[in-house]
Design a protein around this ligand. Sequence first.
Ligand SMILES: Cc1cc2nc3c(=O)[nH]c(=O)nc-3n(C[C@H](O)[C@H](O)[C@H](O)COP(=O)(O)O)c2cc1C
Length: 435
Amino acid sequence: MPQYEKILLKNMEQPGYAGSLAEYEQTGGYQALRKVLKDMQPDQVIEEVKTSSLRGRGGAGFPTGVKWGFIPKDHPGPIYLCCNADESEPGTFKDRQLMERDPHQMLEGMIITCFAIGAETAYIYIRGEFRLGARILEKAIHEANAAGYLGENILGSGRTIKIYVHAGAGAYICGEETALLESLEGKRGMPRFKPPFPATHGLYQKPTVVNNVETMANIPHIINRGGAWFAGIGSPPKSCGTRVFCLSGHVKRPGNYEVPMGIPFREFIYEIGGGMRSDKPIKAFIPGGASAPFLTPEHLDVKMDFESVALAGSMLGSGGVTVMEEGTSMVWAALRLMEFFYHESCGKCTPCREGSSWMTQILQRIWDKRGRDGDLDMLDELCKNIAGRTVCAFGEAEVGPVQSTLKHFRHEYEALIREAEAAMPRGKEIPVLTN
Ligand SMILES: Cc1cc2nc3c(=O)[nH]c(=O)nc-3n(C[C@H](O)[C@H](O)[C@H](O)COP(=O)(O)O)c2cc1C
């Protein structure tokens, strides 16, 4: 297996490392915070992160330093940081490991971010099901408070920074940054129109930065080793650093693996993941979480970076790589994913709320061999009427699996519909599924 330098998973892969404050300090933990408080101004921290070219690890890949730079200077009222720990995308499970196994790494990143943007209060919005993670973070916050890294007058700097853990109630949409803010304010988790963006009108309509757990975990390393060092890793100039990719599906060694961005999927799946579990050929894979369109074996040499995956017609998204072997029905796979999106649609936008229900019903009847002529055209039409017509990117997310399986595996849909037509004499009424 190829060996790459680990940055984020380094500590936790040491035998016996349990993520306590003392252990984190022994590995150089909180040195970056000391450096920032002693030697740097907030603007210098933002510049260093811009130099690193770090892009958000939550899905959209927005440049982190640029986002921080949007926070108004000298704002008279409060400024907030929200760490997005909702991680509900099927096939994505890296933030959970980063929080549970090395919580201080992410906390140090959050404290430095607060310093850079001028926030005194930060929230960790954690997925409701991550009870263990929430307890671990509470304990780590308590330790950091007691050691003077958090709270009032941190390390004698005169700065006050407080971090609170807020557990969600288990809704995928609350990972979308504006729905997260609504939920944090105690309202129903539904996305807001953008603009205005959270940088000016975020939590309680105050300037707010929302950043993913993995994004935060990178910050102490960028400060310690310099933005230029980080920018030299991976696939410069646009996809720098490592990424913790989550490997799942029909592979021999599923799990989280940290690799430099830009290695080919073939190396990741076959060398790092050990290849297919039953040695059957690969049929398809999702490159970046359930909302990323499927790719096929001809894309195995595509590089795992933002631009290359976009050029191949998909997205690197949340970093969840799910692999499917020959023999898997892609109609079935699209149906399972669509059921998830239908269940999780928050209902705010009609195209998403109604369209996800229609698409699930059509896919179900095709899979049950009750499909009809015209079903595929209707699926195409529905996809076009959902994507781009919703308040948030959920619309694009939910059509990805259907559009990409229709593109690469249309013959599988057609075969099921032909079987249905052969079994059902023409003119006879075909039952329609209702929900
Ligand atoms: C439907 C939906 C769900 C999302 N879920 C998550 C999530 O669970 N975690 C996350 O970090 N970002 C999620 N995002 C992306 C966030 O809206 C936002 O871009 C991200 O938290 C910003 O952090 P980053 O710049 O560090 O990536 C989701 C977006 C959408 C549209």
